[in-house]
Design a protein around this ligand. Structure first.
Ligand code: MN
Length: 254
């Protein structure tokens, strides 16, 4: 099932996308879904971020080739950092390039896991029970600030630096999906999720051993090789088989 959030003249709601129709959900999409009865042509609504998470947890250097392109070997344990909830935007929204503070902003296409249940200390074998679904993400990163600061809060945390979408696919085996990032139509990252060093159950167990996860929380699973800079005016797309394509353009902040 494809769960989206969308905006109409009446406000923002969750919906289920089937073909070119979106059926409005009454309330939230966790547990048993109740429909409002309203249906809209998909082309007539504006999709927004499919979830507003309480937190976004991300994993660094979780593909061998990307760790090497960053000049390091992959870490033995997952490398965990976070992005503020205010960095989240949806499909079609603009990534705001913070021109006063950074001269190097990179795309990082990633598979994102959306949590569906309140949980803590989840065993690897039960991790699938707390997954709501999967979506595409772009872990936008001010690479110069990442190097300069020695930790990543500013580099990863600007408003608009976490596009997610276009929707959440709830029925999907994430073990071996093609993931591709394009800039202005040119393929820049092309990999498979089977190349993840630490798989999704391992990441859920690892993160939930530290912090309680809340329905809607998002875990970004890391980016493959091929990361590179964005310029103002670029259009960047992340496509994952079985989910769809997340497209955002880059504008200047201020
Ligand atoms: Mn990343």
């Amino acid at each position: 099932m494809r769960i989206a959030r969308f905006s109409t003249d009446d406000g923002v709601a969750f919906g289920v996308v089937e073909g070119d129709v979106i059926s409005q959900i009454a309330g939230h999409p966790f547990g048993q879904i109740q429909f409002s009865g309203e249906r809209f042509p998909l082309a007539e609504v504006r999709l927004v971020a499919p979830m507003l998470p309480s937190k976004v947890i991300a994993i660094g250097k979780n593909y061998v080739d990307h760790a090497r392109e960053m000049g390091s070997e992959p870490p033995g344990e997952p490398l965990v950092f976070s992005k503020p909830s205010t960095s989240v935007i949806g499909p079609g929204e603009a990534i705001a390039y913070p021109v006063k503070l950074s001269e190097r902003v990179d795309f990082e296409g990633e598979l994102a896991v959306v949590i569906g249940r309140l949980c803590r200390d989840v065993p690897v074998a039960r991790a699938h029970e707390v997954v709501f679904g999967y979506t595409c993400a772009n872990d936008v990163t001010a690479r110069d600030l990442q190097a300069k600061d020695g930790q990543w809060t500013r580099a990863k945390g600007f408003d608009t630096f976490c596009p997610i979408g276009p929707w959440i696919e709830t029925v999907l085996d994430p073990a071996d999906l093609a993931i591709k990032t394009e800039v202005n139509g040119e393929v820049r990252q092309d990999a498979r999720t089977s190349q993840l060093i630490h798989d999704i159950p391992t990441l859920i167990a690892y993160v939930s051993a530290v912090m309680t996860l809340i329905p809607g929380d998002v875990i970004l699973t890391g980016t493959p090789a091929g990361v590179g800079p964005l310029d103002i005016g670029d259009e960047v797309s992340v496509t994952i088989d079985g989910i769809g394509t997340l497209t955002n353009r880059v504008v200047s902040r201020d």
